[in-house]
Design a protein around this ligand. Structure first.
Ligand code: CO
Length: 233
């Protein structure tokens, strides 16, 4: 179909064309290395997609989801956005979540933030960047709600990293506040939401100990009807 050797059209001879050509070259090398190791790899991949994990992470180029946890193509369903935020009106993320939970029957949802996140850093400043200000406003809300704890930390980098951790916790809860996740729980589907954070400085992921597998850990106001909560609401 169409382009010879996958080369982009309309840029012949330009520097840009050469830059992109190297990407196609790398792609061919990668595909070959995969089939050299496992000749059936791609034909198997075409036939099925049954990832057990949904990854919600930051768009930051230094946080490539599959690579960090040694996952091959087909093993991880991925959604990334700036600062790994879960906005309940984000049609993109909600579609990914619904497909993962209802069709793929993904059993683990991992919200993975990272230390030194530029999105979180931008939200902590009183600066104006444009459209992204609307996206990052949710982090300002989290800052305001946790101001006491954050302001007790005098070191700016440690304060940023603390907010990165709190942000992961909040986004993991936001996932659980959706009807998608709660309907799955109500139907008896096994589904656990985890909160992790990645350190670009050493390549290691830390488990923040967030593990939500039912509505009991949630604020009752966010829990849909049909669950019996111990606290009685
Ligand atoms: Co980031």
């Amino acid at each position: 179909m169409g382009l010879p050797d996958g080369a982009p059209s309309g840029l012949e001879g330009s520097v840009k064309e050469q830059e992109l050509a190297s990407l196609f070259q790398r792609n061919r090398e990668w595909a070959k290395s995969m089939t050299d190791r496992d000749p059936e790899f791609f034909s198997r991949l075409v036939r099925q997609q049954t990832p057990e994990y949904l990854w919600i992470g930051c768009s930051d180029a230094r946080v490539p989801a599959n690579d960090l946890i040694g996952m091959a193509p087909g093993e991880l369903f991925v959604h990334r956005n700036i600062a790994n935020l879960v906005h309940n009106i984000d049609i993109n993320l909600m579609s990914v979540l619904e497909y993962a939970v209802n069709v793929l029957k993904t059993r683990h949802i991992i919200v993975c933030g990272h230390y030194g996140c530029g999105g979180v850093r931008a939200a902590m400043d009183r600066q104006e960047f444009g459209l992204i200000d609307n996206w990052l406003r949710k982090i300002k809300d989290i800052y305001a709600a946790n101001k006491k704890a954050l302001d007790r930390e005098p070191d700016p980098e440690r304060r940023l990293n603390l907010l990165c951790e709190i942000n992961v916790r909040q986004q993991a809860h936001n996932i659980c506040h959706t009807s998608i996740v709660q309907n799955a729980w109500r139907a008896g589907q096994e589904l656990v939401v985890h909160g992790w954070i990645y350190s670009i400085a050493d390549g290691l992921i830390k488990d923040l100990g967030i593990r939500i597998d039912g509505p009991q850990a949630l604020e009752p106001i966010y829990v849909f009807p049909g669950f019996e909560l111990d606290i009685g609401f």
